[in-house]
Design a protein around this ligand. Structure first.
Ligand SMILES: Cc1ncc(COP(=O)(O)O)c(C=O)c1O
Length: 595
């Protein structure tokens, strides 16, 4: 329950933040629950029904925004005051008169709390159009920016003094989340964005540049997920922005071939010698789904071998013991996948060649392909054991199955030629995504010409896409790959150096703090697992203390460092992360590991 924030006395002061209220420490201590409860009551019970608060919602750090949220929720939740839709969803303004009830509630709370002083009743500027609850006359400023410059700032300083942290205001992000929840399930278009695994409020991003993101409340974050991998050159890399701009000026999509598709394809084949021919699609999911279909069509077999904790997108056949959000949410598979479909997917432990040999011996002529993340990223970072990928290559060859390396994450990331170059293994098919589209929706699958020519229009395996090879995505991809190719040595050496300093630096701080942590890193992707066990497969990754990770995540976010919001995801850096960013993350981690 979001009002969980109100459970501690600090929440009262926090309620005051947005309300132009300054509380003395004693007043806060005395006021306690009553005032905030009164505030909620005065504004209507429905305000308490905004759904479950995230784990750790009562956490001291997050709670600092809670009071402000409480005020907003008091507004938006009360039918008598104007319902949620009016206040939040349709960008309706909270009329001055409507404030009175909540304001009255606040004042009752103040009176009961005793010692709180309402200093000012002027309205700070309201947030912006659209989703904002706008308060024009009654002194309840909902805008984080306004708070930063007003009394909220004083309370924040007060909080910072007593806790050692300067709390972040996430008022506007909260409003945007509430609004989004009206239209989008969970308020998101991809589950992990909802922060369910770590708790706290997901900031809503307004823009990004280099290694940093900014949210709707004006907070700045050092980014460690890089749009989940694509942003290897940093956000809004100027040549990529310019290429997209120029391509957009020529038209966003034609549904007909352009020269840029072969241009990008040629660059991909230069980086990945195992890829003789490829096809562009619009996502990594499509790339993997299509590669598996092609493997089935080419071999005439039905079974697919995958590995626990590996994620190959959300197509039906791949949602069996998958990693990423599926692992994050603890879902064994997905509802909606027919058993008849899932039965053809054999999920085995990663890094266990004996298990692979055993299924091939049990079904020597039925397995079409093995698909694997050569470095797992979707259970957190897990490198392959020595000889593991070569073992997969040998077994698949022996039994006439195809080996698909899913390099959606590792492609152009762990080296220009992906993990297949780092580990010296040649797959039949490779899937790509993320970096290949320079941050725009794009994926690709490719490999031996003989296999790829099984695709329509040359062969019997059908695969298609309205926006496949989209000109904007091609432009962004070409510019990104050209940059990576032109400065390969410098870029990958720099990423290695910076990622090592960060990953090992934080690992050292954890050791000093007596926290059991296992750090896995391959190039510029890495994970801090909150476990002492070596992490070599999903079972060992799952020994991590995810509650401790959630605490760490929230404290890091509070300190301005945005890690991927799940223990089972890899962190990424970009070429824009340098020495200053190393220093910043170590400083943040020093505090967060003690939180
Ligand atoms: C290894 C891997 N394969 C496939 C996918 C699916 O890609 P997309 O999210 O673009 O559909 C992902 C996404 O994170 C991934 O990491």
């Amino acid at each position: 329950m979001l009002f969980g924030h109100a459970e501690d006395s600090g929440a009262l002061a926090r309620g005051g933040e947005g309300a132009g209220v300054v509380a003395s420490e004693e007043a806060v201590a005395e006021a306690g629950d009553n005032a905030v409860a009164e505030l909620a009551q005065g504004a209507g019970d429905e305000a308490q029904d905004f759904g479950e608060g995230p784990p750790g919602a009562a956490d001291e750090l997050k709670g600092c925004e809670g009071g402000v949220g409480a005020v907003i929720e008091a507004f938006v939740g009360d039918e008598g005051v104007g319902d949620e839709d009016d206040a939040v969803g349709e960008g309706g303004e909270v009329e001055a008169g409507e404030n009175l009830l909540a304001q009255g509630a606040l004042e009752r709370g103040v009176a009961e709390g005793g010692g709180l002083v309402v200093l000012e009743e002027e309205a700070d500027e309201a947030v912006a159009e659209g989703a904002d609850a706008v308060v024009e006359e009654q002194g309840i400023a909902l805008d984080g920016g306004a708070l930063g410059g007003g009394h909220g700032f004083i309370v924040c300083l007060w909080h910072a003094f007593y806790t050692g942290w300067m709390p972040r205001i996430l008022t506007r992000s909260r409003q945007l989340q509430l609004r989004a929840e009206r239209f989008l399930p969970g308020g998101v278009d991809s589950p992990v964005r909802a922060f369910r695994a770590v708790g706290g409020d997901p900031p809503f991003v307004t823009h990004a540049e280099g290694a940093y993101l900014w949210d709707a409340d004006g907070n700045k974050y050092l980014d460690f997920f890089g749009s989940w991998g694509p942003m290897i050159l940093g956000h809004a890399f100027p040549p990529v922005v310019e290429a997209i701009r120029q391509a957009a000026g020529r038209g966003a999509s034609f549904g007909a071939s352009t020269a840029a598709e072969a241009d990008l394809a040629e660059l991909v084949t230069r980086c990945f010698p195992s890829v003789e021919k490829l096809r562009f699609v619009s996502s990594g999911t499509e790339a993997c789904m299509s590669a598996v279909r092609l493997a089935r069509g080419f071999t005439g077999r039905n079974f697919v071998v995958k590995f626990e904790g590996c994620y190959h997108g959300h197509s039906d056949a791949m949602l069996v013991k998958a990693g990423s959000g599926v692992a994050t949410l603890g879902i064994p598979g997905s509802a909606g996948v027919p058993a008849e479909t899932a039965m053809h997917t054999l999920a085995l432990p990663f890094n266990d060649l004996d298990a692979v040999r055993a299924v091939f011996e049990a079904r020597p002529e039925e397995i079409a392909c093995v698909i694997v993340e050569p470095v797992v990223g979707n259970a957190g970072t897990i490198p392959p054991a020595e000889g593991y990928l070569q073992g997969l290559r040998a077994i698949t060859r022996e039994f006439g199955a195809l080996l698909i390396l899913d390099e959606v994450m590792t492609g152009f990331r762990v080296s220009l030629g992906g993990a297949q170059r780092v580990y010296g293994v040649e797959p039949d098919l490779t899937t790509l995504g993320k970096i290949v589209g320079g941050g725009l929706p794009c994926g690709a699958f490719g490999g031996r010409a003989e296999v790829m020519e099984f695709l329509a229009p040359l062969g019997p395996v059908y695969q298609a896409g309205t926006l496949s090879g989209n000109p904007l995505a091609m432009a962004a991809g070409i510019t990104t790959l050209r940059e990576l190719i032109a400065r390969e040595g410098e870029i990958y050496a720099g990423l290695e150096r910076t990622a090592a300093a960060i990953a090992e630096g934080v690992a050292g701080l954890a050791r000093e703090a007596g926290i059991g942590m296992t750090t896995n890193r391959v190039g510029s992707m890495f994970t801090w697992f909150f476990t002492e066990q070596a992490v070599r497969d999903f079972a060992s990754a799952a020994t991590s203390d995810t509650v401790a990770f959630g605490r760490f995540h929230r404290a890091m976010l509070e300190a301005g460092v945005w890690l991927p919001p799940s223990q089972y995801e890899a962190a990424f850096i970009s070429t824009a992360h340098g020495d200053a960013e190393v220093a910043m993350v170590l400083e943040a981690a020093r505090g967060a590991l003690r939180a």
